[in-house]
Ligand binder design. Structure first.
Ligand code: PLP
Length: 396
């Protein structure tokens, strides 16, 4: 019997599906989720529920009976509001015809890969990276070409662009870029983006730019977004930008996101949405509309909270001599290494057992991450302080 089929009582599964890896983050969550009093900093979400005015908008939609199938590309009011939001924040006109509402950023990624990657086509991406990106390429039979970043104490997690370009072979269809990055928090400079754009143009490649953490940027003017490919590419170029309501508006459980794609691909995405999901629920889109229209003060508060969380965690960990890290410029994660600990999966389990703190093991994030741990700092200072008190004896 095929070794992979041994993982299922049934034969006949597609090998690529039978061979999918369990998310290394979820594995740790399953290991520790029942522990009493555990401080969970392992998943990519904060500790605040969605704001009441957004929840109320969903309730209003439900009460009004908005429970039917709806527009596959998203309700027009939401698509227009998202286009306006992008135009405001990035200073370039974005037409609503480019906006496709999806089941979270996750589905925007999957639909985009479905549209672009044939079995055997290659996707070049920098790692460590969110495991779902690698596994969604596997689902559709794409071949991953990971390029490992390295942790430089001065410059942070850095990507060698020449190595990325060298990884592009004849079957490469797209470069996947995630800035600010999960798990590293690394932010690509505008110059790096220009170099990637020029290379992609020259080679006829697509750029899939995952910008779900684009507002969580700490290096510019207060509340200035991180550099975006939207700012440097034309509407009808080979660019898809992935975004989400999950992070900025604390809506992880809602599963609403969007892709910004060339308008000429509208019907392609409409078909893919129809055949994967058949549209995001209307009352949830109404809540997302309220979030993007009236939620800017909340986004600003979230950015400030995350910056404070980052500073607290970095200050506390810098007193622990075995811990090595560079302060991240974006996202809401610290991805740090611990001297003397080569296997982060073991270490993460040990931290659950001895410190009652849940961190994600770097082994989950592909080449370059094996020795590191990911900590989500989108939490109250009290919770982070308590977590640091618990981690100190183990990591010192
Ligand atoms: C890099 C990255 N992209 C996309 C997503 C998708 O988020 P969601 O599907 O909740 O919108 C996440 C979530 O953690 C992420 O970290």
């Amino acid at each position: 019997m095929d070794a992979l089929e041994g993982r299922s009582p049934f034969g006949g599964l597609r090998p690529g599906i039978a061979g999918l890896l369990e998310s290394g983050i979820v594995e740790l969550v399953n290991y520790g989720r029942e522990r009493d009093g555990l401080i969970p900093l392992w998943v990519g979400e904060g500790d605040l529920p969605t704001a009441p005015f957004i929840r109320a908008a969903a309730n209003r939609g439900l009460e009004a009976g908005h429970t039917f199938y709806t527009y596959q590309r998203g309700i027009p009011a939401l698509r227009a509001a998202v286009a306006g939001y992008l135009t405001r924040h990035y200073g370039v006109p974005v037409d609503m015809e480019r906006i496709l509402i999806t089941g979270g950023g996750m589905q925007a990624i999957m639909l985009t890969l479905q549209a672009l990657i044939d079995p055997g086509d290659e996707l070049v991406l920098a790692t460590p990276v969110w495991p779902n990106i690698m596994q969604s390429a596997e689902v559709i039979g794409g071949r991953l070409c990971p390029v490992a970043m390295t942790l430089d104490p001065e410059r942070g997690w850095t990507l060698d662009l020449d190595r990325m370009f060298d990884a592009v072979g004849p079957r490469c269809k797209a470069l996947f870029v995630n800035s600010p990055g999960n798990p590293t928090g690394a932010v690509l400079s505008r110059d790096a983006m220009l170099a990637i754009r020029d290379f992609a143009r020259q080679r006829g490649l697509w750029i899939i730019s995952d910008e779900v953490y684009g507002r969580l940027f700490y290096a510019g003017r207060p509340h200035q977004p991180a550099p975006s490919f939207l700012e440097i590419m034309e509407p009808e170029e080979r660019l898809v930008v992935v975004n989400s309501f999950s992070k900025n508006w604390a809506m992880t459980g809602w599963r609403v996101g969007w892709a910004t794609a060339p308008a000429s691909l509208g019907q392609i995405y409409e078909n893919l949405i129809q055949y994967n999901l058949s549209g995001v629920a209307e009352f949830m889109q109404e809540a997302a509309l309220t979030a993007v229209t009236d939620g800017e003060a909340d986004v600003s508060a979230l950015i400030d909270r995350c910056r404070a969380g980052r500073d607290l965690v970095c200050d506390r960990l810098s007193t622990m001599p075995r811990v090595r890290f560079a302060k991240p410029d974006g996202a809401f994660y610290l991805f740090f290494e611990v001297d003397g600990e080569a296997d982060s999966r073991d270490l993460a389990k040990r931290l659950v057992d001895t410190a009652n703190v849940g961190l994600a093991p770097g082994t989950a994030f592909g080449p370059g991450g094996q020795r590191a741990l990911r900590l989500c700092f989108a939490c109250s200072e009290a919770r982070l302080d308590e977590a640091m008190d618990r981690l100190q004896p183990v990591l010192t």
